[in-house]
Write a protein of this length. Structure first.
Length: 302
């Protein structure tokens, strides 16, 4: 039996803690949605911005050498575009466009620097192996590397400050439902609440276990029902993320719940905070500093 019926769930849609609040009016809901910024749109904007920056810089650098400026041709535009494309691809492979990476300059600055170095080394190796007869090619690559590295890191630093400030204002908040209960869920919630810039806004807890085995309130957040109720909840109000706090070893239980939730266009993650199984760091994504395993990504995001 559910802890709440569907009407109870709809009334609880705007709760962020254990205290009840009045249901939001349509105007308030619309305003709140308009105030949020999609991480996907942000990532695409950064990709495009860095591509244009590198392409423009690649063309502009040739004007620094009078002997080369007069020889700018379509092939040089192609070379600059190729460097820009390769750089963006390597940045993507280095996870430099994730919202947590964009927000944290120390974490992503090194990745961007290494990826940019790999880009120019690859371009230099191609030039050497192809035997391209461009007297300005080497000077162009060296200058592009130095100026590009400085501009990319400066841009990332400025962007990280802006995004961190916007995150504290709730512009990147992801409405998140916690599935599971007990000490594991409580520890996860407290870890997320301890990070004001995590971008996570918990709406409540959902647990299939009966009321005798599951608390009505977990770390200050109400239990809103079971997984079946979560499906109805997600269809009735905006929900961005579902986080399982069930042990990884409980495969059957996780699969049973996923069978009900996979139809929802929502990101689903499995908390790895309490797991004794340790994987390679790249196997995890992070909610703030909390490690999670990616289970499902929404099929069509923004």
């Amino acid at each position: 039996m559910s802890a709440f019926d569907v009407r109870d769930l709809l009334q609880a849609a705007s709760r962020t803690d254990g205290q009840a609040v009045a249901p939001p009016t349509p105007q308030r809901v619309s305003a709140r949605r308009n105030e949020t910024i999609s991480p996907v749109v942000l990532a695409d904007s950064v990709r495009i911005g860095e591509f244009v920056l590198i392409l423009g810089l690649g063309v502009a650098v040739r004007s620094l050498f009078p002997a080369c400026a007069a020889a700018v041709s379509f092939s040089h535009l192609v070379a600059a575009a190729s460097v820009a494309v390769l750089a963006v691809v390597l940045f993507q492979m280095a996870d430099a466009y994730r919202i947590d990476a964009v927000r944290s300059f120390p974490r992503t600055g090194l990745r961007v620097g290494l990826a940019w170095t790999a880009t120019l080394l690859t371009a230099g190796a191609y030039r050497a192996l192809s035997g391209a007869a461009d007297p300005c090619g080497l000077s162009w690559l060296v200058t592009l590397y130095g100026l590009g590295l400085g501009l990319l890191l400066a841009g990332r630093f400025a962007l990280s400050r802006i995004i961190a400030a916007q995150t504290r204002e709730g512009r990147f908040d992801r409405r998140t439902a916690i599935v599971g209960g007990g000490a594991i869920a409580e520890d996860l919630i407290r870890a997320l609440d301890a990070q004001p810039d995590s971008g996570i806004r918990i709406v409540g807890v959902f647990d299939d276990r009966g009321d005798q085995r599951s608390d009505a309130v977990v770390a200050g957040y109400p239990k809103l029902g079971t997984v079946d109720d979560l499906v109805a909840y997600a269809r009735a109000t905006r929900l961005d993320l579902i986080v399982f706090t069930i042990p990884v070893t409980a495969e059957d239980r996780i699969l049973q719940m996923l069978a009900k939730l996979w139809v929802l266009p929502i990101d689903i993650r499995l908390s790895a905070q309490a797991s004794k199984l340790r994987l390679r760091p790249r196997a995890y994504s992070y909610l703030g500093s909390v490690p999670v395993l990616d289970v499902f990504d929404r099929p069509m995001a923004d």
